[in-house]
Design a protein around this ligand. Structure first.
Ligand SMILES: Nc1ncnc2c1ncn2[C@@H]1O[C@H](COP(=O)(O)OP(=O)(O)OP(=O)(O)O)[C@@H](O)[C@H]1O
Ligand SMILES: [Mg+2]
Length: 301
């Protein structure tokens, strides 16, 4: 496979992952991947199932220690520890929603806020004035985020009672609560209907407009190509192509990676047309017999 290892770096590079490789025993899930995200950008990461997209996110966020490679955020190499990565300024959502099901919507956002509150355990237990003040400020910020995400009226609902689309939005609010400079979204519209997907698209633009860079994994190509300034394609752990939506959409290797390359001896255009014509004829016949059946049914009523 011809891989592209170049990547677009600028003076305002927020995320700089270079040569990231992740092996699990004999399986190389991510191989020598370079990727940057610059300030003000929305970057897409696409690829077939099992391509290594989530594994790559896990390497960026300290859930996995990459076998090789380096991940920097705003010029500083990140320690491979999730809480330190969050503290540094990277927040994420998960492909499989991870909310506290029995907590309220507001409490879930407050959990995301804790990396930014300085008050310690004793302060919380003794409810010292500093703690109460910090707690009020956190609640205020959490409510602001719920307004922004469109869930303020459900602040007191239990997370488990939210419809699926709202749970995905709540995950985004929780991630934003840590005041990130970079937000990683792993399939934010999975399971959403087209209208919810459009709302999420607008939401991600609004997040970007607030100065947060975004790296997003999705299988919905229309969503990705509408949204992203740049798209990288992972196939079997390797970065195959990277570029603007137009460049990536028209790259034959990307089409082949998704649809598969035609196998030797595959039917040519003429044979395909013949089969289609035969199928169309068969459908017509089946259609007329179905009509007959329904008429018969009406007759018998
Ligand atoms: N912890 C792990 N241990 C062993 N293998 C793993 C582990 N995590 C992921 N893999 C393997 O790594 C490969 C890439 O998986 P990954 O989940 O990153 O793909 P993906 O691109 O996110 O796919 P999808 O679009 O289905 O979410 C797969 O073959 C998967 O089975
Ligand atoms: Mg995945």
């Amino acid at each position: 496979m011809t891989t592209m290892t170049t990547t677009t770096k600028t003076a305002t590079t927020v995320l700089d992952a270079s040569g990231v490789t992740m092996r699990f025993g004999g399986l190389t899930a991510v191989r020598n991947v370079d990727l940057t995200v610059n300030a003000g950008e929305i970057v897409g990461l696409i690829g077939p199932n099992g391509a290594g997209k989530t594994t790559f996110f896990n390497c960026l966020t300290g859930l996995y220690v990459p076998t090789e490679g380096k991940v920097s955020y705003k010029g500083t190499v990140l320690p491979p520890k999730p809480h330190l990565v969050t503290q540094a300024g990277i927040a994420r959502t998960f492909q499989n929603i991870r909310l506290f099901a029995n907590m309220t919507v507001l409490e879930n956002v407050l959990v995301g806020r804790h990396t930014r509150t300085k008050e310690g355990l004793w302060s919380a237990l003794l409810r010292l004035p500093g703690f109460t003040k910090a707690e009020n400020a956190s609640r205020e910020r959490a409510m602001e985020l719920l307004e922004f995400i469109g869930l303020a009226d459900k602040a007191d609902h239990l997370a488990r009672n939210l419809p699926y689309g709202d749970q995905r939005k709540l995950e985004i609010a929780r991630a934003l609560a840590s005041d990130p400079g970079l937000l990683l979204l792993d399939e934010p519209t999975a399971g959403m209907n087209p209208q919810e997907t459009r709302v999420t698209e607008e939401l991600i633009f609004a997040i970007r407009d607030q100065g947060i860079a975004v790296l997003v994994i999705e299988h919905d190509m229309r969503f990705i190509f509408n949204l992203c300034d740049r798209v990288a394609v992972l196939v079997q752990g390797e970065k195959l192509v990277e570029g603007t939506s137009d460049v990536v959409q028209s790259d034959e290797r990307v089409v082949a990676a998704y649809l598969g390359t035609p196998f030797e001896g595959a039917p040519g255009a003429e044979e395909v047309a013949e089969v289609e014509a035969a199928e169309a004829g068969a459908t017509k016949t089946a259609g007329s017999s179905a009509d007959t059946t329904s008429t018969e049914e009406e007759d018998t009523r």
